[in-house]
Design a protein around this ligand. Sequence first.
Ligand SMILES: *[C@@H]1O[C@H](CO)[C@@H](O)[C@H](O)[C@H]1NC(C)=O
Ligand SMILES: *[C@@H]1O[C@H](CO)[C@@H](O)[C@H](O)[C@H]1NC(C)=O
Ligand SMILES: *[C@@H]1O[C@H](CO)[C@@H](O)[C@H](O)[C@H]1NC(C)=O
Ligand SMILES: *[C@@H]1O[C@H](CO)[C@@H](O)[C@H](O)[C@H]1NC(C)=O
Length: 403
Amino acid sequence: MRPPPSSLLHLILLLFLAAVPNALSKSTLESCASSTACPALLSYTLYADLKLAELAALFAADPLAILAANAIDFAAPDPADRVLPAGLPLHVPVPCACSDGIRKATSVRYVARAGDTLDSVAGSVYGGLTTADWIRDSNGMPEGAALDAGTTLFVPLHCACFGGADAGVPAVYLTYVVAEGDTVPAIARRFRTTGNDLMSVNDMATADVATGDIIVVPLPACASSFPAYTSDAGLSVANGTYAITANRCVQCSCGPGNLDLFCVPAPLADSTCSSMQCSNSSMMLGNFTLQMTSAGCSVTSCSYGGYVNGTILTTLTTSLKPQCPGPHQFPPLMPPPTTSFFETYLGPSPTPMPSEGGIGPQMAGMAPTSSPPASSGRPASADRRVGDVLALVALCLVANLLW
Ligand SMILES: *[C@@H]1O[C@H](CO)[C@@H](O)[C@H](O)[C@H]1NC(C)=O
Ligand SMILES: *[C@@H]1O[C@H](CO)[C@@H](O)[C@H](O)[C@H]1NC(C)=O
Ligand SMILES: *[C@@H]1O[C@H](CO)[C@@H](O)[C@H](O)[C@H]1NC(C)=O
Ligand SMILES: *[C@@H]1O[C@H](CO)[C@@H](O)[C@H](O)[C@H]1NC(C)=O
């Protein structure tokens, strides 16, 4: 538990922060030649309570796309006003562009607020997904220049695509910032891959990682095969999650039963959406018919073929399967998290627990909070260390008073 703040404690806190050296973080950048962006995910833990709309603005992302990428119910009305709690770990979908010969997300802009520094923007607001130096260079700022409130910064973020595959299997790459206490085997376990795979993907000679290192993690995914002239060509959806496409008219999901992309009309699709019916048929996107033949089960399905100039492409395909598939299973959706997320999902007093699907150890020990630690400018892990130190200092003070 963090002791109540006092000005003395604040002073100690400031001294302590000044003394913490800026760890040099490592990361491997993917070089690239193609100019096409590819889908990527960023592992991000909210540094403060944020409305979904604010979070989406931080990453220039569609609020619905963020929910879908986390298998959070995206059909609920007015999701953008929903307040998401500090400490909530999420996967943020971003287009991973190719710029100056390397892969990076290039669509993010941040308007500096009073008290921001490049370190706090990189380390706290963007959770270490970029670095102060990278932001400085990308914005042509001289070394040591102050960051004025109101300045619009271009914020490059690490991402990777590696051709949308890992060892020949479709994959979406998640950018992950190594947290305190993380090891390569632990990260591999959490994301259901192997240490060897992580090391080869990240071009690591040894299985050593340090807090703040930026690595990428391949997640099994469902790939699309939309033609190159469609605006969502290259769409790839991580197993167990959803994507919203075609101007929010179509939702595509991946898993849990197989890794075939499955697209149906989105829950919020309305009359502005173009027809989602397969031509020469009464079938809609996602519908299929089964017919048992002597050679097996003939499956005729109406599937999504990409989005072109406001038109939803559909294709009617017939294939022969040894057995007729059952009704399609969708990945389970979670209700939208609220500020009581921690009570709901972790019990009233969060304790460290094995993590699943992006719920990282960085959440352990963080209590529900409504006061954003925005001005502290330190990543959560540093805050925790500081919390421990403060607890110790407070104990000493109390002991002093008693004796
Ligand atoms: C996809 O996710 C489901 C449910 O989480 C899991 O059972 C399945 O093994 C996953 N598939 C792959 C290839 O990881
Ligand atoms: C499908 O419909 C188009 C007109 O919409 C028609 O020209 C074509 O012959 C039809 N094809 C089949 C196989 O019925
Ligand atoms: C066809 O798809 C539409 C839209 O998803 C759905 O409402 C309808 O129930 C499906 N029909 C059949 C027969 O599966
Ligand atoms: C989309 O529309 C624009 C202008 O209306 C046209 O130039 C372009 O060829 C269209 N693209 C495709 C793939 O049909």
